[in-house]
Design a protein around this ligand. Structure first.
Ligand code: ZN
Length: 340
């Protein structure tokens, strides 16, 4: 069985939730689409790129975090990166912003992005954006060289947020809530509301009652997880390392608790960090640890580029589509959503 089908089968036995190999059609007005653009943590991994999640609703495209490889993964997900201009950051750790410079520059330079970026993030976001602009100050001198890349579209409006509603346009509301990521730096999770549908992203956190409160009965709860294989834990000195990581990210036990208390229609794992000796352990041990700790509801082990369509009746999960026939994304006229 393909990895996707196997991981999926572990979690979903019944309910109106279906895995479908059909390519997702264009996002309809009456539903919410969530694309797991990148599902990794900071590690370099052959199949998981940096953490990013795209939420589409009411004609809006909202990106949550911009991990390493985000532009590549958006393209492979048939989303033109020039259309992704609204970015919400959970916190400023490198694995959540490494893709930001590329998302800022490349669609502007090559793909005729015709609007500035808007970024929402915790305190420190404006300083980070200023630093990024200084680092890439050379790029801004290239305004106009392609005839379409106007310098005003390189602008970035950066807004520093606290808790509460941070965005409310076209019926799409985004609410931030504090989470606990261990080192004292501000970190938030996000709840997205649209047309009665609710998607909650935990961000990087250990078990957090705020995540559970935001996600109570939600359609989707996307939660981070760090899994430790038995062999990894058995090594001398492993406990100290485990405690350091476990003070920042959610263990399978904690994830099981959050999912059990929130009871979302579909629980999803993303920002998946695996600690094992070979580096090649599959995902199953994490899923098994979550099951062992008492969560028995529908659950999906996230894979990069998985698309989840949610409406009142159904949740449809589309596995990653093939990428070998995608057209090069080197000009502004490519229609990615019609690509094979
Ligand atoms: Zn992270």
């Amino acid at each position: 069985m393909a990895p996707f089908a196997r991981a999926f089968a572990i979690g979903i036995a019944a309910l109106a939730i279906a895995a479908t190999s059909a390519a997702p059609a264009r996002c309809a007005d009456d539903h919410v689409r969530v694309t797991l653009v990148g599902t990794g943590g900071p590690e370099i991994n052959p199949t998981r790129f940096g953490y990013s999640t795209l939420v589409e609703a009411g004609g809006e495209k909202l990106l949550f975090d911009a991990g390493r490889g985000v532009v590549q993964r958006l393209y492979e997900s048939r989303v033109n990166p020039r259309e992704v201009t609204k970015i919400f950051l959970t916190h400023l750790h490198n694995d959540h912003i490494e893709g930001l410079p590329t998302l800022w520059i490349t669609p502007w330079f090559l793909l005729a992005r015709d609007q500035p970026l808007e970024i929402w993030g915790p305190p420190g976001t404006q300083k980070m954006v200023k630093g990024m602009r200084e680092m890439f100050s050379d790029v801004e001198k290239r305004g106009g060289v392609n005839g379409f890349n106007k310098i005003e579209y390189m602008d970035i409006k950066a807004e520093e947020i606290g808790e509460g509603t941070v965005y409310d346009r076209n019926g799409v509301k985004v609410t931030a809530f504090k989470v606990s990521h261990g080192d004292g730096d501000p970190a938030v999770g996000y709840r997205i509301d649209y047309g009665g549908r609710v998607v909650v992203l935990s961000g990087d956190t250990v078990y957090s009652p705020n995540v559970v409160a935001a996600a109570k009965g939600a359609d989707l709860l996307v939660h981070n997880v760090v899994g430790f294989s038995d062999a990894w834990v058995a090594r001398p000195g492993a406990e100290k390392q485990r405690n350091a990581v476990a003070s920042k990210l959610a263990s399978p036990e904690q994830v099981a608790r959050a999912f059990s208390e929130a009871t979302p229609r579909l629980a999803v794992l993303s920002h998946i960090v695996k600690k094992d000796l070979s580096g090649r352990a599959g995902d199953d041990f994490i899923v098994q640890q979550i099951r062992k700790n008492g969560y028995n509801g529908p659950m999906l082990m996230g894979e990069d580029r998985t698309v989840i369509d949610i409406d009142a009746k159904d949740i449809k999960v589309h596995p990653p589509q093939p990428t070998d026939k995608l057209p090069d994304l080197d000009n502004r006229n490519v229609k990615l959503d019609e690509a094979p």
